[in-house]
Design a protein around this ligand. Structure first.
Ligand SMILES: NC(=O)c1ccc[n+]([C@@H]2O[C@H](COP(=O)([O-])OP(=O)(O)OC[C@H]3O[C@@H](n4cnc5c(N)ncnc54)[C@H](OP(=O)(O)O)[C@@H]3O)[C@@H](O)[C@H]2O)c1
Length: 230
């Protein structure tokens, strides 16, 4: 039975990933800050634990991986899904917003990957899947800090993938386009969501990537709304 840590599992894409993986028999360790959302989801899944975690805090991330190890004894996949955005004209983006987006979108995955690697090296296997965005491939006005964070994570993810070649640990990245999740509540009420993907579509793609045989890896997968950018 395979074990996955899913960050940002309380809602949106992370919640859909948890549900799809649970249906495929994965044991799950669910992480985010909102404990109520996590506990509710964990109670609905056959084999899942909720570990409330602020992923920007090194001590909490170490506790998250320790909880996974204590409960299941191994971690087969780390899914770095948690993320947030701040959308604003460049001159109106505050240094605090910059720090927060970078902390969650870049430092969080950095801490999680560092924390899980010793265990994966012991196992001689593991998969790390980073939730990027089409905003790591092309840029959008007023999304400058978000784009910067996703380009940064993209570089870190690819460099680590190279560093881990031959270890049995595989690093992959998925680049979704617009997906109808609570993330858009923060962007604005007037954004039309009809043309967006459902979180379940991204989750199914994640499950497919994780299902590859140990001898192969889908290094990158772009998944977008059929109708194009919204
Ligand atoms: N929705 C899209 O259109 C879209 C497109 C491409 C890529 N993505 C990426 O997909 C991922 C998931 O996005 P989503 O749309 O599902 O977002 P969402 O609905 O806003 O959910 C974000 C999740 O991240 C968690 N999170 C935020 N800050 C955290 C922190 N400091 N520590 C722990 N958890 C934290 C949130 O939980 P708490 O607030 O409770 O901590 C929540 O569970 C993100 O990386 C996003 O950039 C989204």
């Amino acid at each position: 039975m395979r074990v996955a840590i899913v960050t940002g599992a309380g809602r949106g894409i992370g919640c859909a990933i948890a549900r799809v993986l649970a249906a495929k028999g994965w044991r799950l360790v669910l992480a985010a800050r909102s404990s109520e959302e996590l506990e509710r989801l964990a109670s609905e899944l056959p084999e899942a634990i909720a570990v409330p975690t602020d992923l920007t805090r090194p001590d909490e991330v170490l506790r998250l991986v320790a909880a996974a190890r204590d409960r299941w004894g191994r971690v087969d996949a780390l899914i770095n899904n948690a993320g947030l955005t701040r959308v604003a004209r460049f001159e109106e983006t505050s240094p605090e917003d910059f720090d927060q987006v970078m902390a969650v979108n870049v430092k969080g995955p950095f801490l999680c990957m560092q924390a899980v690697l010793p265990l994966m090296r012991e196992q001689g296997s593991g998969q790390i899947l980073n939730l990027l965005s089409v905003a790591a491939k092309r840029v959008f006005p007023e999304w400058s800090v978000y784009c910067a964070s996703k380009f940064a994570l993209d570089g870190m993810s690819k460099a680590l993938a190279e560093e881990l070649k031959g270890t049995g640990i595989r690093v992959s990245a998925i680049y979704p386009g617009a997906t109808d999740s609570p993330l858009w509540d923060d962007v604005g009420p007037d954004i039309p969501r009809e043309g967006m993907m459902r979180p379940e579509a991204v989750a199914e793609a994640v499950a497919f990537m994780l299902d590859q045989p140990a001898s192969s890896r889908i290094s990158e997968l772009v998944i977008e709304p059929a109708a194009g950018d919204v």
